[in-house]
Design a binder for this molecule. Structure first.
Ligand code: NAP
Length: 291
């Protein structure tokens, strides 16, 4: 039976790895901060001391880290994944990174004889816990097929976008929409409040209008309580909008909403809201309006 490796046990990685373990897969796990791995240890789950050990002991290695710098850190070096890769092993990269970085990582893995799947996800912590993510696959069909049983435990669907890098391209596009929607909801709620509209009634209006969405429903209570515990952190949204901007600049494109959202989330990050949920962009807008 195939042995699975999992590197990265943050907000998303931990519930995703748990789903594979709960389904009975034998798991080798690693997280830079060991205490997060400790909470997952149990029957069939072994904590390894390095990414290299995970790769050495596993046939399919899932990686779910913050960004490309983190991926570089776990792939390279004497203790990295690449040091233990051999033909037949598959690396599944699920982080949100630039398409160009995904293509470069695919090349590094293939140089070692391994296979690489670009597989970022749409959906947040709740969807990760429930196995309801959408997987945005970029890679050879045979690799996607080989990984499909695992992807089916993590998500409600896999959309195949083509070669490595294309999953990441689609992911940046959906997160452009996420950033704009988050700012749009924040602005509408705040604008209503400024006009003297009761906030909870405004939230009820959005919920019963054609503009309701699963995204709004996930965040609605945060606007009520004014507390924004992170499912998806402002700093990660800002990272993604930075990646969108880099692509837009590269193609000399005009994407005004993405540009506005990039500025707002960056300010939210710089003004002490980095670790709060994306919906906390509302707090940043409030601060700017109250100044
Ligand atoms: P997170 O909670 O911040 O977890 C980040 C993980 O990366 C942790 O395991 C962290 O290790 C590790 N890490 C960071 N820098 C590292 C380095 N230099 N070397 C080794 N490990 C490093 O992030 P998350 O919310 O799980 O998100 C993970 C990825 O999924 C991101 O690319 C994000 O954009 C994407 N994503 C997130 C959501 C969401 O709703 N949260 C939804 C879709 C996609 P430590 O524990 O040691 O810090």
């Amino acid at each position: 039976m195939t042995t699975v490796g999992w590197i990265g046990l943050g907000h998303m990685g931990a519930p995703m790895a748990s789903r594979l373990a709960d389904a009975g897969h034998t798991l080798n796990i690693y997280n830079r901060s060991r205490e997060k791995a400790d909470t997952l240890a149990g029957a069939g789950v072994t904590i390894r001391d390095s990414p290299k050990e995970v790769a050495g002991q596993s046939d399919v290695i899932f990686i779910m880290l913050s960004d490309a710098n983190a991926l570089n850190a776990v792939l390279g070096g004497n203790d990295g994944v690449l040091a233990a890769l051999s033909p037949g092993k598959i690396v599944v990269s699920m982080s949100t990174i630039a398409p160009v970085d995904s293509i470069a990582f695919a090349k590094l893995v293939e140089e070692k004889g391994g296979q690489y799947l670009d597989a970022p996800v749409s959906g947040s912590v709740g969807a990760a816990q429930a196995g309801q993510l959408v997987i945005l696959a970029g890679g050879d069909a045979t690799i996607v097929d080989a990984c499909q049983p695992y992807l089916d435990l993590l998500g409600k669907g896999t959309i195949r976008f083509g070669a490595a890098g294309m999953g990441s391209s689609a992911k940046l596009a959906i997160n452009l929409l996420l950033g704009v929607m988050g700012q749009g909801i924040g602005e509408a709620v705040l604008f209503a409040e400024k006009l003297g509209v009761d906030k909870e009634k405004m939230l009820e209006l959005i919920a019963t209008s054609a503009l309701n969405s699963p995204f709004f429903q996930l965040k609605r209570e945060m606007y009520v309580t004014n507390e924004f515990p992170a499912a998806f952190m402002v700093e990660l949204m800002s990272k993604d909008l930075g990646l969108v901007k880099a692509e837009a600049d590269r193609m000399k494109g005009v994407f005004p909403l993405a540009e506005a959202a990039d500025i707002t989330y960056r300010r939210a990050k710089e003004h002490g809201k980095a670790k709060l949920d994306v919906a906390a962009v509302y707090l940043e807008l409030k601060d700017q309006n109250d100044r």
